[in-house]
Design a protein around this ligand. Structure first.
Ligand code: GDP
Ligand code: ZN
Length: 400
């Protein structure tokens, strides 16, 4: 485990406890969850890039949702079967699974979803008793969900139950901002795609995605694409060195020249990977370079959309021919830092944390105070300037 991971895990444990106690208090007060908008200069920059200000990613409330859905699913599926169902009073008794075929949701539209059943792609409706009511989410199923399906004729089916999720990425719902929408379930890692030029590499965005990935227990993989446009190798090395030092995985690629594609393929093999990155960095080009048939499969999914009445697709899980899948979602491109408060931020920069006890003031923000050990460490080259710059920029966008 890298220093980054250890430090993050320790900090996240503390943070989760804090979050849990806050949530309990909040529920007791029956208040709506607080919505945090990004503010300050960085907000304006993001706004220019059409970032949704309400975007965020978090697994909060997942346990309750899971219990409710499992509970409803198990009672509905096992209706009429003696002693088979889980009692609603006993939602943790997970020994009993609804009967049917197990598959994975690859696409979701309102009231319908497309499920991959061992390579067979079927359109499913949702069992009426599966509901998102009181779960804190506006959607019942999400891309990546593992589900139990009963087949209904040769091409259709019904989702009977949603199996427990390992993790989720969620964001506030577009229409009901006090509720959240699950964007992706059960992902393993986030591929943070940036380009060296066109658009120019943006370390602050990499750092945001890194923090969000760690918060959500997803492994980040940084991909710097368009390395064919690098003029000075030393410049590129200087930008990526801080990430190597942190123990993060960095892959250098050129989709157009075929550089680093083999390494990227190995990173994606047999895993569910969420793609993150601005438009134009080369995500589609990379996918095409990785898997020559991917365009075809993407087109097939689009064509099949015509079958359903509702075609407001949120995100798509695309299987890779060499194993694994990628999730391309409009949601993830804009994900923000959920529940990170200003004093927490430094803990998400593991190389900085070790200096903060030496700051003159114990409530040092590390921005302007005299006697700030962290800024001294930046000046003496112990902390990369680019990372500190991200810290400064992100800090101004967070709530107190
Ligand atoms: P996406 O929006 O992230 O999916 O980006 P695209 O894959 O559509 O690529 C955006 C543009 O960048 C296209 O004109 C591509 O031809 C170009 N592009 C993609 N990868 C590379 C690369 O490795 N090197 C160079 N020079 N251009 C690339
Ligand atoms: Zn300080």
């Amino acid at each position: 485990m890298t220093d980054y991971s250890k430090e993050m895990k320790k900090h996240l444990r503390t943070q989760k406890l804090r979050k849990a106690s806050k949530q309990t208090k909040r529920r007791q007060k029956t208040k709506k969850p607080r919505r945090k908008d990004w503010i300050g200069d960085a907000f304006n920059e993001f706004d220019e890039l059409e970032f949704e200000t309400v975007e965020r990613v978090m697994p909060r409330g997942e346990r309750e949702r899971r219990r409710t859905v499992e509970q409803i699913a198990s009672t509905s599926v096992n209706k009429g079967q003696n002693d088979k169902g889980r009692s609603p009073q006993d939602p943790d008794n997970s020994t009993q699974e609804p009967e049917g075929l197990q598959g994975q949701v690859v696409e979701v539209s309102t009231g319908l979803c497309r499920v991959d059943l061992n390579g067979e792609n079927i359109l499913c409706s949702l069992r009426g008793s599966l509901t998102a009511a009181e779960t804190g989410f506006t959607n019942v199923v999400a891309v990546g969900d593992r589900v139990i399906v009963s087949k209904n004729g040769s091409t259709g089916g019904v989702v009977e139950a949603i199996l427990p999720r390992e993790n989720i990425l969620a964001r506030p719902d577009v229409f009901y901002s006090h509720l959240r929408q699950v964007v992706v379930a059960n992902a393993d890692q986030v591929l943070i795609v940036t380009s060296w030029r066109d658009p120019h590499i943006w370390p602050e965005l990499i750092d945001r995605y890194l923090i969000a990935s760690h918060i959500n227990d997803l492994t980040p993989v940084i991909c710097v694409n368009k390395v064919d446009l690098v003029e000075e190798q030393t410049e590129l090395q200087a930008v990526i060195q801080p990430y190597h030092d942190l123990g993060e995985m960095v892959i250098l690629t050129s989709a157009s020249e075929g550089i680093g594609i083999g390494q990227l393929r190995e990173m994606l093999r047999d895993r569910t990977t969420v793609l993150a990155g601005l438009s134009g960095v080369g995500k589609s080009s990379l996918l095409n370079a990785l898997d020559s048939n991917i365009q075809l499969r993407t087109k097939q999914v689009s064509a099949q959309k015509g079958e359903g009445q509702h075609t407001t697709t949120q995100s798509t899980l695309i299987p890779l021919e060499f194993g694994g899948s990628v999730v391309d979602t409009p949601g993830i491109r804009e994900f923000g830092l959920a529940d990170v408060y200003r004093p927490d931020l430094v803990h998400h920069f593991p190389e900085m944390v070790r200096f903060i006890n030496a700051c003159q003031f114990n409530n040092c923000t590390h921005l302007i105070e005299p006697g700030c050990a962290l800024r001294k460490a930046v000046a003496s080259g112990h902390i990369a300037k680019s990372r500190y710059h991200s810290y400064e920029k992100i800090y101004t966008t967070l709530p107190d």
